[in-house]
Write a protein that binds this ligand. Structure first.
Ligand code: ADP
Length: 436
């Protein structure tokens, strides 16, 4: 087909969330175009603004700056041509499978006598014939999600948006539903012109999409656009597939240099303040062991993820933690264990704690927290006080997670101690200073 029709364009979209305490850039300068026949994946770690972007494209939210141009017309209000399938699709529990789909057809104004045959046809397409009279509670997660797809298709949207549609399913159901979706799409049985899939699963994006837009967070932005030159069915073990996986990890994991300097910046300090990755020390240690026991001390990040059976989000957070602590460096999708990382791995538990303490006390945010506690009259502070300070910089959920990480790392390092009952945080740093 020559001269493919443009479905929509995002023209320099930025989204800033303003609350009384903080100003948060969730999306910065997003530009992209989706054309007829495109299967595009928006890929990135949680918090990079994927859901925000979907809400903007479907008109549920107006961006702070920029606009959505849908078929050459700037979008104002709800986008009638787009439908979203969510992670857990809200079906009406008191309606049968058939009635759930018929309701979507009714909402679209399909005449009564045509609804049942159309609904039956849609259910047949997604492989649910025989389950028309079942109720949602009688279905498995994967089957419920198929009803969700059938309902979305009933609306015949030009643009079908899928927001992490497989991530609430078990591994096998997700795999089979991905196959079903792809088959329907490739055979032209889905009555829509383009699919936009939001995911944080790298392998899923490479298996399904023809184009991948890689996003990063803090602030949410596009870092790379990849056109995949792979025919279906795609073999996840083929060299070409693995090259794309590596390319994406490379884009997401970045390069250690400048990042570690910003990492863990203290509240109130100039420059970019980054969150610490939300991972516990035990996981970091296991991650390092897997990276370290490889034949060489440099390895592809995605291979460790595969071996550990963890998803990309977690892998990238662990990688970042190892970098921030100075235990590893990252370049071109490869992770290399540093001398200090090796020392940590080889040490016994007490020595490990010492090395870890040294590493965390290099981080401005730890110094900030410890000095805050030491300046207090009783050399202890309630969790809520530190949380309050962090909430001046981060949304509540992120501030809470950051504090959890600070407590977990700080306790392991014995830089602080924490009483779970009273929620008081004590400084142990004086002791730490003596030891060193
Ligand atoms: P993703 O879908 O990639 O996980 P989201 O779009 O849900 O990302 O969120 C992006 C960032 O914006 C997150 O840090 C989130 O906490 C923040 N955010 C989302 N909605 C709001 C809001 N209404 N007010 C303030 N911050 C928000």
């Amino acid at each position: 087909m020559d001269g493919k029709q443009k479905i929509f364009e995002l023209a320099d979209i930025s989204q800033v969330y303003l609350t009384r305490q903080y100003r948060f850039t969730a999306l910065k300068h997003i530009n992209m175009t989706v054309e007829e026949g495109d299967f595009v994946a928006l890929l990135g770690p949680s918090g990079c603004g994927k859901s925000t972007l979907l809400r903007i494209i479907t008109g549920l939210q107006q961006p702070t700056v920029g606009q959505v141009i849908y078929k050459d017309v700037p979008l104002t209000g709800i986008n009638e041509n787009a439908t979203i399938v969510f992670q857990t699709f809200a079906l009406f529990p008191w309606l049968s499978v058939l009635q759930n789909v018929e309701l979507a057809l009714e909402a679209r104004g399909v005449p009564k006598n045509m609804r049942t045959p159309r609904a039956l046809d849609l259910l047949d397409r997604v492989g649910l014939d025989g389950f028309e009279s079942a109720y949602p509670r009688e279905l498995s997660g994967g089957m419920r999600q198929k009803v969700g797809f059938a309902r979305a298709m009933a609306v015949e949207p030009e643009l079908l948006c899928l927001d992490e549609p497989f991530s609430a399913l078990d591994v096998l159901s997700a795999e089979s539903l991905r196959g079903d979706l792809l088959e329907l799409w490739l055979e032209g049985k889905i009555p829509c012109k383009a699919i936009l899939l939001v995911t944080h699963n790298i392998e899923e994006a490479v298996s399904l999409a023809d184009r991948i837009i890689v996003m990063e967070k803090d602030p949410g932005r596009m870092v790379k656009e990849i056109r995949l030159d792979l025919k279906h069915p795609r073999d996840p073990q083929s060299p070409a597939f693995l090259r794309y996986m590596d390319e994406i990890y490379e884009a997401l994991a970045g390069k250690t240099k400048a990042r570690a300097i910003e990492a863990g910046g203290a509240p109130g300090e100039a420059g970019t303040i980054r969150l610490l990755p939300h991972v516990v020390v035990n996981s970091i240690a296991t991650f390092l062991e897997y990276s370290y026991t490889h034949t060489s001390n440099t390895t592809d990040i995605f291979r460790i993820a595969e071996e550990l059976g963890i998803d990309a989000d977690e892998t990238l957070m662990l990688t970042e933690a190892a970098e921030i602590l100075g235990f590893a460096t990252v370049d071109k999708g490869d992770i290399t264990i540093t001398a200090s990382g090796q020392e940590f791995m080889d040490a016994d538990i007490l020595k490990r704690k010492e090395i870890f303490a040294k590493a965390v006390m290099e981080l401005p945010i730890f110094k900030w927290m410890v000095s805050l506690i030491q300046k207090s009259a009783k050399k202890r502070l309630h969790r809520e006080i530190i949380l309050g300070a962090l909430e001046l910089e981060f949304p509540e959920k992120q501030a809470n997670r950051l504090l959890d990480t600070l407590i977990n790392w700080g306790r392991y390092a014995e830089v602080i101690s924490y009483d779970d009952n009273t929620e008081l945080i004590y400084s142990e740093a004086a002791q730490f200073a003596k030891k060193n």
